[in-house]
Design a protein around this ligand. Structure first.
Ligand SMILES: *[C@@H]1O[C@H](CO)[C@@H](O)[C@H](O)[C@H]1NC(C)=O
Ligand SMILES: *[C@@H]1O[C@H](CO)[C@@H](O)[C@H](O)[C@H]1NC(C)=O
Ligand SMILES: *[C@@H]1O[C@H](CO)[C@@H](O)[C@H](O)[C@H]1NC(C)=O
Ligand SMILES: *[C@@H]1O[C@H](CO)[C@@H](O)[C@H](O)[C@H]1NC(C)=O
Length: 512
């Protein structure tokens, strides 16, 4: 971003402050504001989308140098804000979609056909031209959202190397956890989580193949919703594997995440999986499941071994015990001491078959994505590997190997090994989470932090992470509710009621 551009933004924020004594109180109210708060202020003529975007641009100018949550700001963000403000004047109140005039940040792997780049954090894709907006981006534009920019991420969704630092990409630099700057922000949707946590934007979109929404949400004290695979379109998003990839909201509150989910879920002719999954969407969408009494009568399973045993060792045991009490007080039936069959196998990407299947699928999917680009300096995984060898331009990139890339490049489609791995993964889900949920009649399982992400990843199951506390160093952690495919309505009821009963999230403190 050009320094001149930043200066103009800053001066416009300052002049706004100088002319209207309410700047502190006004900016205070934008910080931590929900979509609902913002809509209300806009309806009362206390706020415009332009003021909202100006506030965020000011905060980005102030904080992004430190946090590196954002790779690019949309040069058209203010234009889009003005268009939203203008359109609002000509429409009846209440006739506009919920996201109308609301700024949203997209992980850098989510394609936009506009002035911005879509690169998964890599210089290899700089100035590539996508054929069209990603399916979820078309839906966001239809809903009137303002695309504020592209968020940083772990390069290639953490699929380049096993030794890549979380939240680092050559284009974005090292993203920082705004609570404890020396702690990991986790990845790969690091930038979306960092940026909503630090109030650089209202809401954001991340993607998950295994843990990439749940983990950064957990570490940045925000809500991460990983939808059932296919509920949201993956078309136009730089892929890992269509078998597990899913696009979902990362926001400060459950209700914000649900407003975003309502806007992006549903059929997209460019992603066949959305056809079937769209039948999961309840009439009228998910908003009506924002029910403060949503815990009443829900059967929640607790798998202690290994999940809560592990966090007990970290001194978080008491906090989670008190959360179980909260769930019971809310009227949930907590079914304790359950087991998921073969959990040790499921949690190890090598023994489950997840690694073997995913690397082969990655090569196929990434090559297909690159082939579809209108313009691109690279057209295959092999080209990207060669690019990285030729341009180890950053000190840090030099030290990051291409282990996963090379393993993926060595695969040759879906052969006997991959088929066996895929069968094993299916079996692990059928005889694992699915069997447990059905045998015990559960509505959801409760797990700490993001730790159960492989359980949800390999089966394409949905899960939602809600802030659950801060450790002795001040590093945030979440609690995750997961369930069977299409169970978003139930998960939202549970997560919302839990959030309302606990209200654990607080804005970041920027500790060293
Ligand atoms: C702003 O401050 C005024 C005066 O102190 C107060 O009446 C008003 O409620 C405040 N508005 C917000 C949104 O906090
Ligand atoms: C996209 O990348 C090109 C090349 O670095 C750059 O000139 C352009 O400004 C980028 N777009 C945005 C919106 O930053
Ligand atoms: C999986 O295998 C790779 C390559 O052999 C190894 O580096 C990695 O540590 C293994 N991961 C686990 C969870 O065992
Ligand atoms: C599926 O898993 C069950 C136990 O969980 C095991 O007995 C069975 O052999 C597995 N089937 C295949 C085809 O791997």
């Amino acid at each position: 971003m050009a320094p001149l551009f930043l200066f103009l933004i800053l001066s416009s924020v300052f002049s706004f402050g100088a002319s209207t004594r309410t700047i502190t109180n006004y900016s205070f109210s934008i910080r931590e504001a929900t979509i609902k708060d913002i809509k209300q202020s806009i309806e009362r003529n206390q706020l415009t989308s332009r003021q909202l975007v100006e506030f965020y641009l000011g905060e980005i100018a102030r904080l992004n140098g430190l946090l590196k949550g954002i790779i690019e700001v949309n040069p058209d963000a203010l234009l889009q804000a003005d268009a939203a403000d203008k359109e609002r004047n000509c429409k009846l109140p209440g006739s506009l979609p919920d996201l109308h005039g609301i700024p949203i940040l997209l992980k850098d792997s989510i394609g936009t056909k506009d002035k911005m780049n879509t690169t998964a954090g890599s210089f290899a894709l700089l100035c590539s031209v996508v054929p069209r907006d990603a399916g979820v981006v078309s839906k966001l534009r239809k809903a009137g959202a303002i695309i504020l920019g592209k968020a940083s991420m772990s390069e290639w969704a953490n699929f380049r190397s096993l030794n890549a630092p979380a939240g680092f990409s050559p284009r974005g630099g090292q993203g920082k956890n705004p609570y404890v700057l020396s702690a990991t922000p986790c990845g790969s949707s690091s930038g979306p989580a960092i940026s909503v946590a630090a109030n650089l934007v209202t809401v954001s979109l991340g993607t998950e193949t295994d843990g990439s929404i749940l983990c950064p949400a957990s570490f940045n004290s925000v809500v991460g919703l990983k939808p059932t695979v296919g509920l949201t379109s993956r078309a136009g998003v730089i892929p890992v594997t269509p078998r597990q990839d899913t696009i979902g909201p990362i926001c400060r509150t459950v209700s914000d995440a649900v407003y975003v989910l309502d806007a992006i879920a549903g059929f997209d002719s460019n992603d066949e999986a959305t056809r079937r999954a769209s039948y999961y969407i309840p009439p009228g969408g998910y908003k009506r499941f924002l029910n403060p009494y949503g815990l009443e009568g829900k059967r929640l399973g607790i798998v202690r071994d290994p999940f809560f045993k592990n966090v007990q060792g970290l001194g978080l045991g008491q906090t989670f015990e008190s959360h179980f009490q909260t769930l019971r007080r809310g009227g949930a039936i907590v079914v304790d001491n359950l087991q998921i069959d073969n959990i040790d196998v499921i949690l190890n990407v090598n023994t489950s078959g997840e690694a073997a299947a995913t690397i082969a699928e990655f090569k196929l999917s990434l090559n297909a994505y690159l082939q579809e680009l209108v313009v691109s300096p690279v057209r295959s995984l092999a080209d990207i590997i060669a690019f990285n060898l030729k341009f180890p331009d950053l000190e840090l990139t030099d030290e990051i190997d291409q282990g996963i890339f090379l393993a993926a490049e060595a695969t040759n489609g879906i052969g006997a090994l991959e088929k066996a791995a895929l069968l094993n993964l299916e079996n692990l889900s059928t005889n694992g989470l699915e069997k447990l949920m059905r045998d015990k009649g559960l509505d959801a399982v409760v797990t700490p932090r993001w730790d159960a992400s492989p359980v949800f990843a390999i089966g394409g199951f949905p899960a939602i992470t809600v802030p659950a506390g801060y450790d002795s160093q001040g590093v945030p952690f979440g609690i995750t509710f997961g369930g069977l495919k299409g169970s978003e309505s139930k998960l939202i009821e549970i997560a919302y009621a839990f959030e309302q009963a606990t209200m654990t999230r607080k804005p970041p403190s920027f500790k060293p």
